[in-house]
Design a protein around this ligand. Structure first.
Ligand code: 6PG
Length: 237
């Protein structure tokens, strides 16, 4: 479902409300809520809203498992770390247990060991091949999402949930959940704002191009939360 809002702040508020809604549903049904958090800069505004005094009480944080959806090959305190961004804008401000946060640990060893360690954390906390209750995703202007970049090995992964992914176009290794992991989720929400993303949004939605077009939840619901700028090149519907 595509939802278009006047500006990014309205997108952030809708995203925060969606997270609150899905958390209440999951906790009511099963007593816990697994939330995969996107990296990059767009979601920062969502996390700040969820951490704000008038919203942070709306989620039963002790019953949440927070998962970092993808990560850069940097230490957790590095300026480019997605975990650091999520920690500073959300996790430090809500009563989520320290051991309920699943993060990539690039500092422990080679990229494959990092991915295996992350997968073990996922399994320990959520069981094998979990169905995430909600996955938040951003979109790059090249049509990547998470760290599933065009032409990289991770977009071919048929089974594993978490892999290391060499990204030649960035000359770096990344860590990412895979299509099997995201497409098994109960809910997936892309949050995309700004005119710079308009071409990628249309290419993914209208022409099914790029890796992000392969986010097709098997049984879950797919949301696109866009501002008018990001939606500006979408075909009329
Ligand atoms: C990352 C993200 C990545 C991001 C997009 C959009 O590690 O950078 O996971 O997939 O969501 O690149 O990034 P912005 O929100 O900064 O535009």
């Amino acid at each position: 479902m595509i939802e278009i809002f006047d500006d990014k702040d309205a997108v952030y508020l809708r995203a925060a409300e969606l997270i609150i809604e899905k958390a209440a549903e999951a906790i009511e049904e099963r007593g816990s809520f697994s939330l995969v958090l996107a990296g990059g800069s767009t979601p920062r505004g969502i996390y700040q809203l969820l951490a704000s005094p008038n919203l942070r009480e709306r989620i039963d944080w002790p019953r949440v498992v927070a998962v970092i959806g993808d990560e850069r090959n940097v230490s957790p305190d590095h300026a480019d770390s997605n975990y650091r961004m999520v920690r500073e804008n959300l996790l430090e401000h809500v009563p989520i247990p320290e051991n309920a946060v699943v993060r990539w640990e690039p500092e422990i060893g080679n990229p494959d060991e990092v991915a295996l360690n992350f997968e073990k954390q996922l399994t320990d906390k959520l069981g094998p091949a979990p169905t995430f209750d909600l996955v938040l995703l951003g979109l790059g202007d090249d049509g990547h999402t998470a760290s599933l970049f065009p032409g990289t090995s991770a977009i071919k992964e048929p089974d594993r949930y978490a892999v290391a992914n060499n990204v030649p176009q960035l000359s770096t290794d990344r860590f990412t959940l895979t299509f099997p992991a995201v497409n098994n989720a109960a809910n997936v929400a892309f949050v995309v704002t700004g005119r710079a993303k308009a071409a990628a949004v249309s290419a993914v939605i209208d022409q099914q191009q790029f890796p992000a077009a392969r986010i097709i939840p098997k049984a879950g619901r797919l949301y696109w939360l866009l501002d008018t700028d990001a939606a500006s090149l979408l075909a009329a519907r």
